[in-house]
Design a protein around this ligand. Structure first.
Ligand SMILES: Nc1nc2c(c(=O)[nH]1)N(C=O)[C@@H](CNc1ccc(C(=O)N[C@@H](CCC(=O)O)C(=O)O)cc1)CN2
Ligand SMILES: Nc1nc2c(ncn2[C@@H]2O[C@H](COP(=O)(O)OP(=O)(O)OP(=O)(O)O)[C@@H](O)[C@H]2O)c(=O)[nH]1
Ligand SMILES: [Mg+2]
Length: 426
């Protein structure tokens, strides 16, 4: 019997309400120790929490029975006043209840995984949902948390098992006069799955970008107006600006929500040959970050022309207030900025192909693994003599790779790493 855990599920600190969660076989006993009995599943009731004959607090108490709770175990939730002393008093009391212990980071969610309430892709999506800073990230995490991948994986698994069953059946009939030829049916299944996996992997690359965020490097010659543009885009004096060429040396990064997309603007040193040792390091770093960025935004002074060497994705002239030209921006007056932001967003959205359901690198490798096995199964299926046992073996490895994707197998090594990134109480 797993022990019963408890923890504060809401953020620490003064708040209107705090939620303390208890999960495990002794959840109702924990409530009874506070003088609370007769809880009906899924009904919140206002109760006095009594400790040592005194009212510890008055709060809403919720009970979820095993098999119908977030963790799959009996869960009791105390929704109490969010004061530091109230929360500490309740946590201290729960610690004194025999059989209860403080939960480790992510342990509630780990139990939801162990009890099959969530699959591994949903666990990771839960972390992404909590980490989401922008609308695009929230939507993306929500899609996976709702089980989008798990549903697909279940269908893929069923198809692979059906294909393997057809092959195994043929092997069993092998000594019959006329073995049933199922290879065309199996080929059709495997071909379709290979195409689906390829599409899934491609789509998820874009989704991964939304999760991790995009980088837009602001590049150009010294004094082009790069830092002024950064400040105008982020709405604060994030970078020093001055009429002196070579003002910016270090990389300046500012993360912002650009219409729902997580974007980090990277201001850089003006690109030029220089004898100044420090500036030369700055220029080298500028080139490096420009190379790595998702979008290179080249800023030109009014009298400059774009240098193709800059490999820019978007070119914009500065100082529109001093020398108006179509598409130019002014960091002083804000002219042209809205159009520039829209251009940047449009460019970045183009990198999030399709309805990219987030599949993390680990998932992508599981899918890639499954695809490798299926492709070798296909090769065998197109051979003149079809070694059915080998085909069956390849299909079994594909099935295992799909199980890896949803965490049915091979997760032990991963779990500690995944749950250590969760907060306590989650
Ligand atoms: N107060 C509170 N709010 C919360 C959570 C929580 O644990 N407590 N959550 C924690 O992350 C999220 C909601 N996730 C939850 C998911 C499933 C169940 C649950 O009990 N499911 C049961 C019964 C559902 C029902 O009553 O219809 C089930 O799935 O069978 C509860 C919370 C966000 N908000
Ligand atoms: N009027 C006007 N002045 C601008 C505009 N953008 C930049 N400036 C001025 O041009 C000078 C250089 O601007 P910065 O933003 O420091 O240029 P930079 O490209 O970051 O320069 P380095 O860091 O040296 O590479 C500053 O004096 C700015 O105030 C603009 O849109 N309009
Ligand atoms: Mg600068």
């Amino acid at each position: 019997m797993s022990d019963t855990i408890f923890a504060l599920a809401t953020a620490r600190g003064r708040a209107g309400v705090a939620v303390v969660r208890v999960s495990g076989p002794l959840a109702l006993e924990a409530a009874a120790a506070l003088g609370i009995t007769g809880l009906r599943p899924r009904c919140a009731s206002l109760r006095k929490l009594m400790a040592k004959g005194e009212v510890l607090d008055t709060g809403l108490v919720l009970y979820f029975e095993a098999g119908a709770s977030f963790t799959g175990e009996p869960v009791v939730e105390f929704q109490i006043h969010g004061g530091e002393a109230v929360v500490s008093a309740l946590l201290k009391f729960l610690e004194s209840v025999p059989g209860l212990r403080l939960a480790q980071a992510g342990e509630f969610t780990r139990r939801a995984l162990e009890n099959g309430v969530l699959d591994l892709t949903q666990v990771e999506a839960l972390a992404d949902l909590i980490d989401a800073e922008t609308e695009a990230q929230r939507r993306q995490a929500q899609r996976v948390l709702s089980g989008a991948i798990g549903v697909k994986a279940a269908r893929w698994r069923a198809d692979l098992i059906r294909a393997a069953a057809l092959i195994e059946a043929t092997i069993d009939f092998a000594d019959e006069e006329v073995p049933v030829d199922v290879t065309s049916d199996v080929r059709e299944i495997v071909l379709r799955l290979c195409e689906e996996f390829r599409e899934e992997i491609d789509n998820s690359r874009g989704a991964e970008r939304v999760r991790a965020g995009f980088e837009v490097a602001i590049i150009g010659a010294p004094n082009a107006g790069k830092s002024s543009l950064l400040n105008a885009l982020v709405g604060r004096e994030a970078a020093i600006t001055s009429p002196v060429a070579g003002t910016t040396r270090d990389i300046i990064e500012v993360r912002m929500d650009l219409g729902g997309l997580p974007v980090t603007f990277v201001d850089t040193a003006g690109l030029r040959q220089t004898d100044d040792e420090v500036e030369r390091i700055g220029v080298a770093r500028a080139r490096e970050r420009a190379e790595l960025a998702d979008v290179r935004l080249l800023v030109l002074a009014p009298d400059e022309t774009p240098d193709v060497q800059m490999n820019a994705d978007i070119v914009v002239w500065s100082r529109a207030d001093l020398s108006p030209r179509p598409g130019a921006v002014s960091s002083k007056t804000g002219e042209g900025l809205a159009l520039l932001v829209e251009t940047i967003r449009h460019r970045l959205e183009g990198q999030v192909s399709g309805s990219g359901v987030l599949i993390r690198e680990r998932h992508r490798s599981a899918l890639a693994l499954a695809r490798v096995s299926m492709e070798s199964a296909l090769e065998l299926l197109y051979a003149d003599y079809v070694p059915l046992e080998l085909v069956a073996a390849e299909l079994r490895s594909s099935t295992q790779a799909v199980d890896l994707l949803v965490g049915k197998i091979g997760v032990e090594t991963l779990l500690d790493e995944i749950f250590s990134s969760f907060c306590i109480g989650k």
